[in-house]
Design a protein around this ligand. Structure first.
Ligand SMILES: [Zn+2]
Length: 448
């Protein structure tokens, strides 16, 4: 029997936005963005393993975004060490690892691998500057110093994955609730699950859709637009900060995701033509600042805060046509709008549980662990992958003995040799019929 361990070594990174409710999506007004690499990236840094390919990691991370959208980066070198203070930008979009006081101040309270400070016009939403500070002294919960690396060394953070995530913030993207997305809030150490943690280097479909939503692409694309309402005592109230995502039919890959605004509305642009399944879930607590911001905005509102609801498939087939808007509206009714009792929150493999995705390879079999309230009420036949390319062996379901925590189950999945690269969800259905998802919990990346 595998020894189970909760991995707590995944640090969140942060989007350092000015403290204003962000209903408006922010973006760069131009298609060319100047990036200044601080000379601190060229010198040895205590936080970066010696002989790491730092400049290569920066260049590859920039390229992953510029190749999928109409953005070009122009990179130059700069003697500037410090990011701009929050009240006054200097017009330089800096990437730095220098231990300058302004940079260190970002990491005083919140421990994170890196942070991005974005300056934008609150009237127009146009970004005027963005600075990325890589933590010069990352350390673990118990105070042990940790380094970045570019070679997958266990016990270090992958610098290219960190940069790919922060450059997404620089472009105006917020955190994704697709577990395998590069824009997911937490980053695992290399060695989590006994594997290198490099999947963040390669953008997932949800990351690509989010960037194309802002900057377009040369590909033909359509839009899904709608509103989610909650039926309470005969009144229809907007479902705020509901996570809406789509999976392609028939492969079952997570293609795009978004959050509803305070009025329950959502828009997913840049969706490749095709057929999709659309789903929605309630996010348990302010998992990121977008939720925190909208929740804070709701506090000042006379209406009640959003009520919890149960995960639900809102449409089994949505057709997306190039240059067309597909309407997708949904009303939550009982028992969907009651609080969830099934809350899978951790995923893992090789005896470890975490909040970062499980990397898988086509043509292999692996044992998946899931933990959270109510997962012990899910029968083997209630475990289904979003994709026909990945199958669950229902007879392998095991309730792990793990006293003092929420229940932990394990089960075996087989990934077909012809499974396409992508991020796949696990669907759990309890004996009572309630469903819940680990959205994009398993990732097949072509490069990993
Ligand atoms: Zn982040």
């Amino acid at each position: 029997m595998a020894l189970l361990a909760f991995v707590v070594s995944s640090l969140p990174s942060s989007f350092d936005l000015p403290a204003a409710p962000q209903e408006r999506q922010i973006k760069w007004p131009t298609k060319t963005i100047q990036i200044a690499l601080s000379t601190s990236l060229l010198s040895p840094s205590p936080g970066i393993k010696a002989d790491s390919d730092v400049v290569g990691a920066v260049q590859r991370a920039l390229n992953s975004w510029s190749t999928i959208t109409n953005i070009a980066f122009v990179v130059s070198s700069s003697k500037t060490q410090s990011i701009s203070p929050s009240h006054s930008g200097d017009g330089i979009n800096l990437i730095t690892v220098a231990p300058a006081s302004e940079n260190l101040a970002l990491f005083g309270e919140a421990k994170s691998t890196a942070r991005t400070r974005v300056f934008y016009d609150t009237e127009t939403g146009e970004i005027t500057e963005a600075d990325i500070a890589i933590n010069p002294y990352p350390y673990s919960d118990d105070g042990t110093p940790i380094q970045f690396s570019t070679d997958g060394t266990f016990g270090t953070y992958d610098l290219e994955s960190t940069l790919a995530h922060e450059i997404g913030h620089l472009l105006g993207l917020n955190h994704s609730h697709v577990i395998a997305a590069t824009m997911q809030a937490s980053q695992g150490l290399n060695g989590t699950y006994g594997l290198p943690a490099l999947t963040g280097r390669t953008l997932g479909d949800a990351d690509i859709a989010a960037a194309r939503n802002l900057y377009g692409s040369r590909e033909k694309a359509g839009t899904i637009e709608g509103r989610i309402l909650d039926s309470i005592d005969g009144n229809l109230l907007p479902a705020n900060a509901a996570h809406v995502w789509i999976e392609d039919l028939p492969a079952g890959r997570v293609i795009a995701s978004t959050l509803t605004t305070a009025n329950g509305r959502f828009i997913i642009n840049g969706v490749p033509p095709g057929s999709y399944r659309a789903l929605a879930e309630y996010l348990d607590g302010p998992a990121d600042e977008a939720v925190a911001l909208t929740a804070a905005a709701m506090d000042h509102d006379s209406r009640a805060r959003q009520r919890a609801f149960r995960s639900v498939e809102i449409r089994s087939r949505v057709r997306v046509i190039p240059d067309k808007v597909t309407a997708l509206n949904y009303v939550l009714v009982p028992p969907q709008n009651s609080p969830p009792t099934l809350n899978p929150r951790f995923i893992g493999t090789n005896g470890e549980l975490s909040t970062v995705p499980v990397p898988a390879r086509a043509g292999t079999k692996l044992t998946i662990y899931v933990s959270g309230e109510g997962v012990d009420q899910v029968p083997g036949t209630g475990l289904v992958m979003s994709s026909p390319f990945i199958t669950v062996d229902p007879a392998s379901l095991t309730l792990q003995q793990f006293p003092g925590s929420t229940p932990v189950i394990s089960f075996d999945v087989t990934v077909a040799p012809n499974a396409p690269p992508g991020d796949y969800s696990i669907r759990l259905q309890s004996n009572s019929g309630e469903t819940a998802y680990l959205v994009g919990g398993i990732t097949l990346r072509s490069k990993s």
